[in-house]
Design a protein around this ligand. Structure first.
Ligand code: 6R9
Length: 660
């Protein structure tokens, strides 16, 4: 285990608070303890039941799991269904078309209330429009949109016609967008002129233009949603306004069934090498597990809950728990475009109050930011509607967990506190797992601050040592998943070998997640962060190698090493060590220039918090950078074991240089 992981482990060993669900909550909960029993008694039978009771299949499946070509799984084999039909039409057909699907609030305060009937119509129009532009089943569509309803409409329209969407987070640069367009060979790009951020119109279309400037791409059309009305460059022959193609399209469109294993989407995520991995998810299994976990982990009562997941659709959380699961479950959700501090730092609390949000799902980094801003801002609002609080993206420290419970979960309105605070569910999962894997059931599990605790029913998770042996209670090791699960990634787009190598080669027959974990004395699981070169900054996955390559692509950089250093607010922060060369090295603006360069190459989220100019990097005899020692410096420690270094004086040289 890494030094960081073992320090965290010692720290967490002292955490022993437990909070049982109130009898009232337990009594009304949708998922009871018998779910664990049913799943344990017959795992595949359990998933088959969930699949049939949760989704509408055009053709029933004949086999629950085919893992004969492991690790490439097929779930609900022979079954046929349409994801958009499951998220939309069927709700209208069963008479709840008037239920609100999405309450949208833009950053400037504009609102839309979209019912299931209306959302279904919009998706049908988009499906007709995309087909009219030549998009066919199996084609790839790149989506570069902000958090506006058109993002959900676009994803579902693709699913409806069987086109594979590849959503690229709006914070990624033109270069990052282009490499994803190229890898997926996207035929269509859907974007907007811009989005509202901190009161200003921030551009998106510009990045699409820049990404398509170099010839040789596969894009035939760019559909542009008008969101801000800002000036944009118009490329005749390529660009079309959403209002000219979608809003005028027919509202009739029949959803054809697709095979259970038909690809639903590609989502790129950072790995340990420079090249992002195109994680591929397919239809049946993904929808089953996302919908079941959404309902059970958040105790969703679709007729009465107002659910709010703050994640952007550019990440897996936005895919699974904004676009797909809430709609498949027929629930009502809030979608918010902007930042949490506009116009004031109480925007989120005011949204909860305004829409009567009952279930909120967010990331520890957001909670810690609000802690820093002060609880008074939240206390000034009536949050008595909240019933369940979710956390995702990174380990949640017990202090933030308690604050979340106290400030968001105990607010009874009018300055009063609640006797029974809302349960907190910490959900561990990944882009690759598609849906929750480790999470409490809020009506069953006695929750512990800082722990995701137990696998969800039907999932088998373990913590093993370096040799793959299960560790005992009270011990730490590596997190693995023992059995295939419905929403597992099926492969890496165009790179099945990398899929095998990355996840299935470390241990025989087990999925290696890349996270450190420990089992406590009760056997509950505590996540300890990544064990590889992947950093987690504000819940976003970033690769050290990817940022290093961006840095060395600048002419002034001879060598670069990047580490994630502990940061109070963002969990980890990017710290880069660079060796400079050439004339530019002498410029006093070089550090700012390098930060901007990383922003341009990858996106603003990847900009290093700190760039330290050093004369040398600590390396082993075989030339491997010893990041552990750099991490010590970045986190203010000294005296780490430098005995494996080829040149023993390097650390001394670095410390001297940084003193200047
Ligand atoms: C859903 C998502 C996955 C990585 C994962 C782990 C970290 C996510 C966590 C958590 C501790 C939790 N992670 N949830 N760590 N507790 N509840 O975030 O997917 O962007 O692919 O990141 O995030 O390190 O391996 P993704």
């Amino acid at each position: 285990m890494s030094e960081k992981a073992s320090a965290t482990l010692d720290n967490l060993m002292t955490e022993n608070r437990k909070f049982a669900p109130s009898p009232e909550f337990a009594a009304q909960a949708v998922a009871k303890a018998d779910k664990y029993e049913a799943a344990a008694a017959d795992r595949l039978g359990y998933w088959a039941d969930q699949a049939r009771s949760t989704l509408t299949w055009d053709k029933d499946f004949t086999e629950t799991l085919d893992f004969s070509d492991a690790p490439f799984a097929k779930w609900f084999v022979g079954g046929e269904l349409n994801a958009a039909y499951n998220a939309l039409d069927r709700h209208v057909e069963r008479g709840i078309g008037d239920r609100v699907a999405i309450h949208f609030e833009g950053e400037p305060g504009d609102q839309q209330t979209i019912t299931y009937a209306e959302l279904t119509e919009r998706v049908k129009q988009a499906a007709n429009a995309f087909e009219g532009l030549g998009v066919k089943k199996g084609d790839r569509v790149a989506v570069y949109l902000p958090m506006i309803p058109e993002a959900v409409v676009t994803m579902l329209a693709c699913a409806r016609i069987g086109a594979i969407h590849s959503v690229v987070f709006g914070g990624f640069s033109a270069e990052a967008l282009r490499s994803r367009i190229d890898d997926a060979e996207a035929k269509l790009v859907v974007t907007s002129d811009g989005t509202w951020r901190r009161g200003k119109a921030s551009s998106l279309k510009d990045a699409v233009d820049a990404s398509l400037e170099k010839p040789g791409h596969t894009v035939e059309n760019v559909v542009v949603v008008q969101r801000t009305g800002q000036d944009i460059v118009w490329n005749e022959g390529l660009d079309r306004w959403w209002s000219d193609v979608v809003d005028v399209a027919s509202k009739e469109h029949t959803a054809v069934p697709h095979d259970s294993e038909h690809p639903l989407f590609i989502l790129y995520t950072s790995g340990t090498t420079g090249k992002p991995k195109g994680i591929l998810h397919t239809t049946g299994g993904y929808l089953v597990q996302t919908a079941v976990t959404h309902r059970d982990t958040f105790d969703i009562h679709p007729e009465s809950d107002v659910y709010w997941c703050t994640a952007d659709i550019g990440w897996i959380t936005g895919h699974s728990y904004v676009t797909y699961a809430p709609l498949v479950n027929g629930s009502t959700q809030l979608m918010y475009e902007g930042t949490p501090d506009t116009p004031g730092r109480d925007r989120w609390a005011s949204l909860v109050e305004k829409y009567g949000v009952t279930v909120m799902y967010t990331a520890p980094t957001a909670i810690r930011t609000m802690m820093k801003w002060g609880r008074e801002l939240v206390d000034a609002h009536d949050l008595s509607s909240i019933r369940v609080l979710g956390s995702v993206g990174e380990p949640i420290n017990p202090e933030a967990w308690m604050w979340y419970r106290d400030v968001f979960g105990s607010n009874a309105g009018g300055g009063k506190r609640r006797e029974n605070p809302a349960p907190i569910v910490d959900t561990w999962w990944q882009t690759e797992t598609g849906a929750h894997m480790i999470a409490p059931l809020p009506g069953v599990t006695e929750t512990k601050p800082g722990s995701a605790q137990v696998p969800v029913p039907g999932i088998t998770v373990d913590v093993v040592d370096e040799t793959g042996q299960s560790v005992g209670n009270g011990q730490g090791g590596l997190l693995v998943i023992r059995d295939p699960w419905p929403s597992m990634a099926r492969t890496i787009w165009k790179d099945p070998e990398r899929f095998k190598d990355t996840y299935w080669s470390r241990f025989d027959g087990m999925y290696f997640a890349g996270d450190g974990a420990k089992k406590d004395d009760d056997g509950d699981i505590w996540l300890l962060g990544r064990v590889d070169d992947v950093m987690n900054v504000s819940g976003h996955r970033l690769s050290t190698t990817e940022i290093e390559s961006a840095l060395v692509s600048h002419p002034a950089v001879a060598e670069a090493a990047v580490v994630g250093a502990a940061d109070e607010t963002t969990g980890e922060a990017v710290v880069a060590f660079v060796i400079l060369r050439g004339e530019e090295a002498a410029k006093d603006t070089i550090v700012e220039e390098l930060r901007a360069h990383v922003g341009k190459e990858i996106g603003p989220i990847a900009k290093p918090r700190t760039i330290l100019v050093v004369p040398e990097l600590p390396k082993t005899r075989s030339g491997k950078i010893v990041r552990r020692l750099l991490k010590d410096i970045a986190e203010g420690r000294t005296g780490g074991d430098a005995s494996t270094l080829a040149d023993q004086s390097v650390m001394q040289q670095i410390t001297e240089a940084l003193k200047k």
